[in-house]
Design a protein around this ligand. Structure first.
Ligand code: GDP
Length: 424
């Protein structure tokens, strides 16, 4: 069976933890989109890890970790990450890299930085990992596929051609040092050496695995609201964050994705710019940020403090619908135990009218949150394993959210560890 683990919101919902947990029962875990721009934080028997490119199931002996064709593959970062986990005692993961994955080039990272610099105050708040320039090049058909590393003539010719166009921009738009084709070619030779043992026709591999009845997890990055089509465009990421894209980014038939586990966090957080209707500020936000996640809500990749807010039923209902949620995993509920009362955003007021439908960006900018205040439970719920043992107000919170979003919450996460989970 194929299951996707994806986010309903702005990312950082705790997908890494849920994937790591579900990977116990899985054979193969596939990253299908995104790059090293966001991170998953995982706490398990080996310690605490921030993964950026490796699938979150790479901590088990029995799993194969796959970088799908939809990923923005940064080869040095991938190999650094493998080295880091192995150095910390994790067995060398079994890795496969799609021959159709494209590579983040050193100049993508430079262009990302230069463009943010050029935009100044109007920047997108990019993580400067080269993701937007990478996907732009992919769709402009000037990207480099892993398979192309193994065709020297093609590679040489393409490197020359691409340096020529990139250098025009570097010289005239950004006024920065030019690319040297020879140096770039040498870099690509190094990438070839590193990646060669792992290159695989992934779609064919997965086709056979599905036929053999293997359990496969597709791991998404970020969440619905960062999807380039359905998110808060243009403050989005550059590849689709939806489970549907899992079929494309892994290379499997869409009908094989039978479960879409959509991860929703019990409050909201976001990184980068863009409308965030239930955002909170000041001491209230600082307190939640400090207590949030596992050791505070700070970016796993960038260390940036995350923007904080109350749970947003409008955004989450939409987020779950676009993912096609079969199951909702409701995470980080334990963090809310300090509050006397918990506001929940149940509607958006736009031009005097209240709606529960998530609008397009221009309307979203005008939306004001409509809150319902729920009573807190003022208890530490970590360690509880059965739903019935949760405090009444806590169950009430879960059930209220479930009713508002209209998708079943089948898992409640009450701690960062693998076993901190309550099945309903
Ligand atoms: P991802 O990108 O969706 O995987 O999310 P992140 O890893 O960026 O953020 C989730 C953070 O919350 C991490 O620090 C996790 O260890 C932590 N976390 C996940 N689930 C829970 C939970 O149920 N309770 C607490 N306290 N922390 C959690």
């Amino acid at each position: 069976m194929v299951k996707a683990v994806v986010g309903a919101n702005w990312g950082d919902e705790g997908k890494g933890k849920i994937t790591d947990m579900l990977a116990r029962e899985a054979d193969i875990i596939v990253r299908f989109q995104g790059g090293a721009n966001a991170g998953h934080t995982i706490v398990n028997d080996y310690g605490k890890f921030a993964l950026h490119t490796l699938p979150s199931g790479c901590f088990y002996d029995h799993t194969t970790s796959i970088i799908g064709n939809g990923v923005a593959l940064n080869i040095p970062i991938l190999f650094q990450e493998i080295q880091d986990i192995v150095d910390r005692g994790v067995p060398m993961p079994k890795i496969l890299v799609s021959d159709r994955a494209q590579m983040v080039m050193p100049y993508h990272i430079l262009f990302d930085q230069y463009e943010e610099e050029r935009l100044g105050g109007k920047s997108f708040g990019s993580t400067k990992s080269g993701i937007a320039p990478f996907y732009s090049d992919k769709y402009a058909k000037i990207g480099f596929q892993v398979s192309e590393l193994f065709d020297e003539d093609l590679l040489k010719e393409k490197v020359e051609r691409i340096c020529e166009t990139k250098n025009v921009l570097l010289e005239h738009l950004y006024h920065k040092p030019l690319l040297d084709p020879q140096e770039l070619l040498e870099t690509l030779h190094r990438y070839r050496e590193m990646v060669e043992p792992y290159v695989c026709d992934v779609s064919s591999y997965l086709w056979n695995a599905i036929r053999d009845g293997k359990d496969i997890l597709l791991e998404g990055q970020l969440g619905t609201l960062k999807d380039p089509d359905h998110g808060i465009y243009p403050m989005v990421t550059s590849s689709s964050t939806l489970a549907a894209y899992g079929a494309i980014g892994a290379g499997i038939p869409p009908y094989e994705i039978q479960k879409v586990i959509t991860v929703c966090k019990a409050y909201s957080s976001a990184v980068g710019a863009g409308a965030f209707v239930s955002e909170i500020f000041g001491d209230e936000a600082d307190e939640l940020r400090k207590r949030g996640g596992d050791g505070g809500e700070y970016g796993a990749t960038t260390g940036r403090p995350r923007r904080m807010g109350w749970f947003d039923c409008v955004a989450s209902k939409y987020g779950c619908r676009l993912q096609g949620a079969t199951d909702v995993a409701f995470t980080v509920l334990d963090v809310l135990g300090y509050l006397d009362e918990i506001p929940v955003c149940v509607g958006y007021e736009i031009d005097g009218e209240v709606t529960t439908e998530f609008p397009v960006t221009s309307k979203l900018e005008k939306a004001k949150p409509v809150y319902r205040i729920l009573p807190g439970w003022k208890e530490d719920i970590r360690g509880i394993r059965s739903y019935e043992d949760l405090p009444e107000n806590c169950r009430h919170y879960v059930e209220f959210v479930e009713e508002q979003i209209g998708f079943p919450i089948t898992m409640v996460s009450n701690g960062p560890g693998r076993n901190d989970i309550i099945y309903r």
